[in-house]
Design a protein around this ligand. Structure first.
Ligand code: 8DG
Length: 136
């Protein structure tokens, strides 16, 4: 049976100097409104995953990622969506919620306590595990 090509989404676990991780609260009027997710968005035709992530984080948070510091740290998928998650410790600028919603910085073991879209729970666990093992 043929199934549609899944939508490719890239997202970042921004890790601050104090070890806390950034989540973004989706605006109420959007799908998954009010839930906390890793900042990012859909990869557009002609973009690389890293290029799309840099564009999304510039648009959403006003920061410029250091692409060399990106570490692939997991993926999650359902029928229609694949999310690639990168860890990132280096960027320039001060992150702010520029497109509505809000941002927050959370201790790794508090990530999964936030209400999230379903695919984000395994991603948050993976971030927490990799951080505790010193891999990201
Ligand atoms: N950025 C991001 N998106 C996620 C996460 N988890 C999750 O299910 N998603 C979903 C929500 C959206 O359907 C899609 C991301 O696409 P997007 O952010 O560009 O889309 P959007 O709905 O905000 O805006 P639009 O382009 O559809 O108008 O992936 C996550 O951790 N980060």
């Amino acid at each position: 049976m043929l199934v549609p090509v899944p939508v490719l989404v890239v997202a970042a676990a921004l890790i601050g100097a104090d070890g806390r991780v950034c989540l973004q609260r989706r605006p109420d009027e959007k799908a998954h409104g009010g839930l906390w997710e890793f900042p990012g968005g859909k990869v557009e035709p002609g973009e690389s995953p890293e290029g799309a992530l840099a564009r999304e984080l510039a648009e959403e948070l006003g920061i410029a990622l250091d692409l060399g510091s990106l570490e692939p740290c997991g993926f999650a998928a359902d029928g229609g969506l694949v999310i690639l998650l990168y860890a990132c410790r280096a960027w320039s600028g001060e992150a702010a919620a520029l497109e509505g919603g809000a941002i927050g910085w959370f201790a790794p073991d508090a990530l999964s306590a936030q209400p999230m879209p379903p695919l984000d729970y395994p991603l948050a666990s993976q971030v927490c595990r990799l951080l505790s093992q010193g891999h990201i």
